[in-house]
Every structure is written in structure tokens, then in C-alpha cells.
Design a protein around this ligand. Structure first.
Ligand code: DC
Length: 240
């Protein structure tokens, strides 16, 4: 199985690391969070607000029906699996605040996790080179036999700093080089901690490192350093 699984909490650098590792190896990149986000976007745009108020969960059957009808899917282009809703690329729309606010609740529904996992396995197993997949449960649930598993961590404050720098800084700027308002940093740290808590304490596929994952604390690493560590692991396990 040619899969590299990269898991970790929100804003730990999983997707940027996975994308760069995939480019270095000539493999494809699949961001599993993008599928949960695309489902959430589809539900927000196409379903009536759930019975029980705007914060109540939608029914799994409704969301699944919608995912098949629209459809919601991943499309491979230039070695990146990109999310589409009804044939339209939604890479930017899925990063909006209204999606971020609702996605953890939707990702806690077992039938939707099953659907997302099927999409991921079909995508990954059909790719000739190999796929770098990032998420929360890739090494534990989706690809428990992945030959390379990495669990990225970073302090909550560093992750909040990176998230804010991403929003405010120029492309390619390292997080530590962008000036950040301390009050905003505190707010973002609290919001990230709440999402981590929701993802780590849900009964289905909670966020945790697989027993055989390599733990990588990136608090003091640059993106290039993180990528180099994962590429070195991949070259050990997939020689040639
Ligand atoms: O990595 P992200 O912020 O784009 O993920 C969005 C949400 O999807 C996150 O709150 C948790 C959920 N998720 C998940 O439960 N399992 C995954 N493999 C990937 C994401």
C-alpha cells in the first residue's frame, strides 16, 4: 500500500506538510478535512436549517442523499485531489468561517465518516504512484496499514499564530515573521482548543496518534524542516 498518513490537530501544518511531501515524492495529495468541509458547505447551501435550531445536526440520510445527488466529490487534477460540489471547485469556499463553525458537528456523524472513508480509499487505491493523506484518523481508521504514519503536534499558541499569520501574511511568509495582535491570538487559541476538544472527545474516530505513528512536534520547526523529516521517513520505507 503506497499511502503516507499524516494526522494531527487543527492548524498543526498537516495539509501544507502533506502537500509539500507529495510534490517532493511525485505522489498525489488528499486532504480528508476538505471532504468533511465540502459536505458541510453543501448542507449549508442546499438543506433547510436542521430541525431544533441552526446549531442542531442535520440528519445523516439527508446529507448523504445530497452528497450523492449534487454530487460532492474529490477530483484529481495535477496530483491534487480537489473538492467539488455540483461540478464546481470549492477549495476557497470550504475555508469560510461558517463552514469551519459547523464542520466538527458533521464530522461526528458515523454514517458520514463512513462515506468520506469510502471516497478516500477509492481515491488512494486507484492512484499509480501513491498518496499522502492528511486528517485526524488516517493512521488509526482509514489506512491502519499505511507504511508511514506521522502525527504532527504543535503548541496551541503556535498553531493559533500560524492560522492568523496564514490569514494576514503574504504567501510564503513564516508564521513567526508576521505581527499578530495578542487579543486576537488569545481568541484564536481558545477557538482552536475548543475544536481540538470536540475532535478528540467524540465517540467515533477521535483524534489520536496511531500506536505506530512517528510523533513530530513542529512547534520549533519550519515547514521545510517538517517536510524534510517526513520525506526522509518515506524514503526509508519506500526505497527506490
Ligand atoms: O483539517 P480541517 O480543519 O480542514 O478539518 C475540518 C474538520 O473535519 C475538523 O474539525 C475535523 C474533521 N476531520 C475529521 O474528523 N477527520 C478527518 N480525517 C479530517 C477532518
Amino acid at each position: 500500500m503506497r499511502v503516507i498518513a499524516i494526522d494531527g490537530p487543527a492548524a498543526s501544518g498537516k495539509s501544507s506538510t502533506a502537500a509539500a511531501v507529495a510534490r517532493r515524492l511525485g505522489w498525489a495529495h488528499l486532504d480528508s478535512g476538505a471532504l468533511y468541509r465540502a459536505l458541510t458547505l453543501a448542507a449549508l447551501d442546499h438543506l433547510e436549517p436542521p430541525a431544533g435550531g441552526a446549531d442542531a445536526p442535520w440528519s445523516a440520510a439527508q446529507v448523504l442523499g445530497l452528497a450523492e445527488d449534487l454530487p460532492v466529490r474529490l477530483v484529481l487534477a495535477a496530483d491534487v485531489f480537489r473538492p467539488e460540489v455540483a461540478g464546481v471547485g470549492v477549495e476557497d469556499a470550504i475555508r469560510s468561517e461558517r463552514v469551519t463553525r459547523r464542520v466538527s458537528a458533521l464530522a461526528a456523524i458515523p454514517a458520514l465518516r463512513h462515506w468520506v472513508n469510502v471516497q478516500q480509499r477509492e481515491a488512494a487505491l486507484g492512484h499509480p504512484q501513491g498518496v499522502v493523506v492528511d486528517g485526524r484518523d488516517i493512521g488509526t481508521v482509514v489506512f491502519p496499514d499505511a507504511p508511514v504514519k506521522v502525527f504532527l503536534t504543535a503548541s496551541p499558541e503556535e498553531r493559533a499564530r500560524r492560522r492568523l499569520a496564514q490569514r494576514g501574511g503574504a504567501a510564503g511568509t513564516e508564521a513567526r515573521e508576521v505581527a499578530i495582535d495578542p487579543a486576537e491570538l488569545r481568541r484564536e487559541t481558545t477557538a482552536l482548543a475548543a475544536r481540538d476538544h470536540a475532535d478528540a472527545t467524540r465517540p467515533v474516530a477521535p483524534l489520536r496518534a496511531a500506536a505506530d505513528a512517528v510523533l513530530l512536534d513542529t512547534t520549533r520547526l519550519s515547514l521545510d524542516e517538517q517536510v524534510a523529516r517526513v520525506v526522509a521517513l518515506a524514503r526509508e520505507r519506500f526505497p527506490g
